[in-house]
Ligand binder design. Structure first.
Ligand SMILES: [Zn+2]
Length: 424
């Protein structure tokens, strides 16, 4: 009996990849670290990691071999909201969906996102901490999706972009506080960050200015005091969080950058002076051009948005592409992000097309969604390139995305942590 157990153990270990490993044979490999395309490369995998890359890796005879065209690191989107999808009259769902509904939506959209080649996402704001639960389920192997870095519930001020009761009937509005993510003092700010720590968030998301889709009039005004922002960033720092700031108007962006946030999301009315400040401070810019384009398009349709949202969508949406181009030319570090959940989940790669249209070379656009995003998350030793000892998050497409960036919308192969999720 003991011998049988030993044999079974040995067999199961060998199935974990200790025998020959897996070799991906890539006609092209996008080497994002050196900004080069390498021909005829092999990637040797054992378990969840890459153990060798080169023209001729030494794999065992029984190694599994998979032939692919262009291999590149798994893509990373720094701004998605997995637990919902914008739709005509979608605001009513806030009164219909329970926490469990949100969690199931998140699981559904996470799978779509992974199938689109995005193996890591940052989720800056959800309802009921649904994406924290999903992150845990994916790590435990009981749900399928990308690696998730979740902020849980966004922090806002009363009536601000992330106040969850905006637009409600007065007797239903109540007065949400730090636990629900609504902050109106330095003390609230600290408590709200500590609550996110207790909730199990990975980082902090704040709405530093008004926003487009909230049921409120102003899409640009600053919505935190400088003291509140500093208290958020300082407390976040003490708990090992970085802070991502949604911001459209210039004053709110400036305050957030000066307070020391890690990234500016959207950044619509960023001026040259703020761009310089971001370069000096090393603040990342996550543009979300896709979201801007999508809401501008929908603003043209009668009845798609509530009356208070429509003019904001029409005004703010078309600005972001131009802001991206100016910020990038000035030298601001661009980290890829789409705001999918506004635009349809799975359409993430459309952002590459917009970036390249604005003049960014295709290689640089790919680097912004791999190397730069890994660094933004502090995961540069684990993720972001096809390199020895990193996690095996690898995708493939047919054709050369440096010649036609839109190819990235048709991913044929997806591997995350050494497991294959798509191979067409
Ligand atoms: Zn967002």
């Amino acid at each position: 009996m003991k011998n049988l157990l030993l044999i079974l153990l040995l067999i199961s270990f060998s199935n974990l990849g200790f025998a020959g490993g897996t070799v991906l044979e890539c006609a092209r490999l996008i080497d994002v670290e050196n900004g080069k395309v390498l021909k005829n490369q092999q990637i040797l995998l054992e378990g969840e990691r890459i153990t060798d890359v080169g023209k001729n890796v030494s794999a065992g005879e029984d190694a599994q071999r998979i032939s692919l065209d262009t291999c590149l690191p798994g893509l990373m989107d720094m701004h998605v909201h997995l637990d919902g999808q914008l739709s005509r009259n979608g605001y009513i769902k806030r009164f219909q969906n329970n926490a469990t509904d949100q969690a199931l939506l998140a699981a559904h959209y996470a799978n779509i996102t992974l199938q689109a080649g995005f193996t890591t996402v940052r989720n800056p704001g959800d309802s009921y901490n649904s994406t924290i639960a999903l992150r845990n389920a994916i790590s435990a192997g009981i749900a399928t999706g990308p690696r998730i870095f979740s902020a849980g519930k966004t922090l806002a001020s009363t009536g601000g972009h992330g106040d969850p009761t905006n637009g409600f009937r007065h007797d239903m509005m109540s007065d949400p506080g730090p636990e629900e993510g609504v902050v109106n003092s330095v003390q609230d700010a600290r408590k709200a960050v500590r609550q996110r720590y207790k909730d199990g968030a990975d980082f902090i998301k704040i709405t530093a200015t008004g926003g487009v889709l909230s049921l409120a009039k102003n899409g640009q005004n600053p919505q935190f005091t400088e003291e509140e922002l500093k208290a958020i960033v300082q407390t976040a720092d003490e708990y090992g969080f970085h802070v991502a700031a949604h911001a459209h108007g210039a004053e709110g962006i400036r305050r957030a950058v000066l307070a020391g946030v890690h990234s500016i999301e959207h950044g619509t009315y960023m001026d040259d002076e703020i761009a310089q400040l971001m370069i000096e401070r090393g603040t990342y810019y996550v543009p979300t051009i896709t979201a801007g384009m999508f809401v501008a398009e929908k603003a043209a349709e009668d009845g798609y948005f509530p009356a208070v949202v429509r003019p904001k969508a029409a005004e703010v949406g078309p600005q972001i592409a131009g802001t991206f181009a100016r910020a990038w030319r000035a030298g601001v570090t661009i980290a890829f992000g789409t705001d999918c959940g506004v635009s349809p989940h799975g359409s993430n790669a459309q952002e590459f097309v917009y970036m390249v249209e604005q003049g960014m070379p295709a290689m640089e656009a790919i680097q912004s969604a791999t190397l730069t995003t890994a660094t933004l998350l502090g995961q540069q030793n684990q993720l972001g390139s096809i390199s020895k000892n990193k996690l095996a998050d690898i995708i493939a497409v047919n054709g050369d995305p440096l010649e036609d960036i839109s190819i990235l919308s048709e991913v044929s192969f997806v591997m995350k942590g050494g497991l294959v999720y798509k191979n067409e």
